[in-house]
Write a protein that binds this ligand. Sequence first.
Ligand code: F1P
Length: 357
Amino acid sequence: MDAELHRTSITYQEIIRQQNGWKLALESIDEDQTTYKNILKKYRDYVWVFSGCGTSFYLAQTASHVFGLLTGFRTKCTPASEILMFPDLVYHKGAKHLLVPISRSGTTTEIVMAAQKSREKYNIPTLAISCDANSTLSLESNLRIAFHFDQEKSVVMTGSFTTMLLSLAYIASLQNGNSSLSEKFHRIADSSKEEMIECEPIVKKISSNDSLNDFVFLGQGPFYGIANEAALKMQEMTISISQSFHSLEYRHGPMSTTSENTLIILLSSQITENYETQLIEDLKNLGARILIFSSEDSQFCLKSADYQIEVPAGYGNILNPLLYMPILQLLAYYKALAKNINPDNPKNLTAVVKLEM
Ligand code: F1P
């Protein structure tokens, strides 16, 4: 591993500092809970449409699940491009919609245009989620949430993803005022930081195994969006082909390429572990190496795992995605260093995709 790359890496610094941003975001929301509770009340009968591009679309996928689980509201998610090209499939006649466009920069052409089209052509209100309060997306939206943490300089999104996701989940939790859940929101940053530091050595060890160069991330429910984002991180940072699926979908064809070079990263949960036990056995029989993410209160029979990461118990399916993500970001980061690739300058990519449309 190139020590100089590691010492100077912006991406690494932004990964290990992200829990600080979580605390700042929760503080900011707590200072203005009434505003957010009023938004939830006003739009409780709307279909909340979460949207974004790239990492921000995978954030939208995960947020849609978690927000719906916490509030009971009708939610859906879509890439911004689908709103531009197939709006009638996104916005159903007879239902009221609130668009929640998500964008770290707030300037990505597709999401800005999707928000403009939704407001102007479909008279749909927009609640912009962005890390730049002065961005086009924020300034043009009916409502906005902006985050007061250090701007990310890296091309790849890391802390911005988890901070915006945690904030949306926390706002959703205000709907039912569950005090024990609120206490977990205010405790998770410290739990995540400790877990991330504790897991760093095993992540480095896994990343140093050069024979593992085929990455498959699996997850169901809110973990599917996390699997997609983890696969994108691995692809963006290590310039390697990386796949993601709903866990049980993997048998239905994609398993054809499984080999001893395959690392299966299973993002498990207490709801899915019974279904995933046999899946893991099947994949082991094909020669794959298995990394299982689970929580300490899981009953998962981990005997078949080559590697396992157990996050602290008690956070459940709402918050375990937040505990898994920083470690998945470190996995991609250390794999990039193991390949002597600088994750700060990913090939072919820019921090924002601007189009002439
Ligand atoms: C969206 C995005 C990122 C991707 C890359 C290019 O940016 O597609 O998800 O990792 O940085 O831009 P944004 O709309 O969230 O600013």
